[in-house]
Design a protein around this ligand. Structure first.
Ligand code: ADP
Length: 491
């Protein structure tokens, strides 16, 4: 699947990368000529210089989306579906370049970048299929004297804001349903990883997305550029993936003009291993749930609870598996753990581990940043992490697995639910009744039952409590971009 990456190949892909804003079907620099630097987190070196939008560029993008909305909503659903299918195919044709670019700007191992290109493209295929299935309803009023026609219409121009950890998939997960529903958009990718989204914009252009329908605004001043656009009410929808803190701020801004909102926010997933679980399967699940994306995922297992009768076996095997995961540049063969995305992220991981160790946790494996250039942190397993340690409450977002024991089902469920977050939890047991009972009682939008990865474009992804609002993907993902209109007819 992967190729051996030479320095020349890296330079070739970066040189060919698009670095300008994409607004109203035009590739252009920021109006004031401002630029920002994108770094390779495995070396800390500058990878590319990208146009850095100011608020004027943001307005250009939003007005373009507004102008394009009416015609785009009138485009036949089949035509919108065909555009999405062409984009899906182009992503597969370009997968080598897309994967390499993603690894270079974000750090994840190349094999995982290939996985993400595939996952990201699947959102386009899924929503191509949904585009032609937008239904409605016809109903007789209970009194018999009227008819109800219920129609679905695009919500309108949408603002989409995405994070750096899945630079392509978090974009296609929003652009896919927006296009399928007939909504135009302004997408702001994370400033740390804009190259993947700009590469995707080229694909969308080639696939036939009309000018103004998707606009990409990269900026180092997200708050200044986006706030007036959100507050203007020109966009009727805000879809955000990122931290709970920023999500709350954006919800407040969206309340000005009562925008529809979808929020995919932080998580604090628990991973529960019952005494009757297949321990080897649970270890593999924990590796997937913890180490995918080097732990930089909102779905990452943040708190691992193993039953007191199996905790020794489970922790030993988990540490053995994590010790075998080579750390290095994502482009190098065999690497399983890449760098953290930047120094800030690496330092945050180090701070949480130091805090846990100071409060009494035992280091089973790792426990420190890796020496040398780049922002690496060693795969780490901690046991006996005391309750007051910050990492039980805060997202670690790194390759650090705190393991703790429990004795009863009620006790562990209380621990799992003792967090303001509710995105996903993982449960390992060979007792199906127990598995379903626990799955029903844990407070989260998603549960992995004997499964360490839940993301799937055909399933509804999303959280409850402070993990968010709404669902992406699945058969309801498109509803986030549709309004319901009821027409009452007197008979
Ligand atoms: P993370 O912790 O994953 O970096 P953030 O919530 O900080 O999460 O960032 C997610 C996305 O939100 C990024 O695209 C970032 O630029 C954007 N963002 C951050 N702050 C704001 C803001 N005040 N207004 C709009 N977008 C923001």
């Amino acid at each position: 699947m992967t190729e051996t990456i030479t320095a020349a190949r890296e330079s070739e892909v970066v040189a060919a990368a698009e670095t300008r804003l994409y607004i109203d079907g035009q590739w252009r620099d920021a109006r004031n000529g401002r630029t920002l630097e994108v770094h390779d987190p495995s070396t800390g070196k500058v990878l590319a210089t990208v146009a850095d939008a100011s608020v004027e560029d943001g307005w250009d993008a939003l007005y373009a989306a507004q102008r394009a909305q009416q015609d785009f909503a009138a485009m036949p659903p089949r035509q919108r579906a065909d555009i999405l299918m062409r984009a899906f195919e182009l992503m597969h044709q370009r997968k080598d370049d897309l994967a390499l670019l993603m690894t270079l700007e974000m750090g994840k191992p190349l094999a995982e970048s290939y996985g993400e290109v595939n996952y990201a493209a699947e959102f386009f295929r899924h929503f191509a299929e949904e585009a032609t299935r937008i239904g409605g309803n016809y109903q007789t009023a209970p009194a018999g004297n009227a008819r109800f026609v219920v129609a679905k219409q695009p919500v309108g121009p949408s603002i989409l804001i995405t994070p750096w950890n899945f630079p392509l998939a978090m974009g296609t997960r929003k652009i896919g349903p927006a296009l399928a529903a007939g909504c135009t958009s302004v997408l702001k990718p994370a400033e740390l990883t804009p190259l993947s989204m700009l590469a995707l914009a080229r694909i969308l252009e080639e696939a036939g997305v009309p000018a103004g329908v998707v606009n990409i605004v990269v900026t180092s001043t997200a708050g200044d550029v986006m706030e007036p656009l959100i507050r203007s009410g020109i966009a009727r929808k805000l879809s955000f993936t990122g931290s709970t803190a920023v999500g709350k701020k954006l919800l407040e801004q969206a309340s000005d003009k009562v925008l529809r909102t979808s929020m995919e926010l932080g998580g604090n997933a628990a991973f529960v291993v019952f005494e009757d679980a297949d321990i080897d399967q649970a270890v593999e699940g924990a590796i997937a749930a913890k180490m995918r994306n080097s732990g930089e995922a909102c779905t990452a297992a943040n708190r691992i609870f193993a039953h007191e009768s199996v905790i020794d076996e489970f922790s030993t095997k988990l540490a053995e598996r994590m010790a075998q995961m080579p750390v290095g540049r994502g482009v190098d063969e065999g690497v399983k753990v890449g760098p953290m995305v930047d120094a800030k992220q690496r330092d945050k991981v180090a701070e949480l581990v130091d805090d846990a160790v100071k409060s009494g946790a035992r280091v089973v494996l790792g426990g420190e940043p890796a020496a040398g250039e780049g922002f690496f942190y060693r795969p780490t397993v901690l046991s006996q992490v005391p309750e007051q340690a910050r990492m039980w409450q805060e997202e670690i977002f790194g390759p650090v697995a705190p393991v703790s024991s429990f004795s009863t089902e009620d006790e562990v469920i209380a621990k799992v639910n003792d967090t303001p977050y509710g995105l996903v939890n993982y449960v390992y047991t060979n007792d199906l009744t127990r598995g379903l009972r626990v799955a029903e009682r844990v407070e989260s939008g998603m549960v992995g039952l004997n499964q360490g990865v839940v993301s799937n474009p055909a399933a509804p992804f999303g959280g409850i409590k402070e993990s968010g609002l709404g669902r992406e993907g699945g058969d309801t993902g498109i509803d986030e971009f549709l309004e319901t209109k009821y027409i009452g007819i007197q008979m």
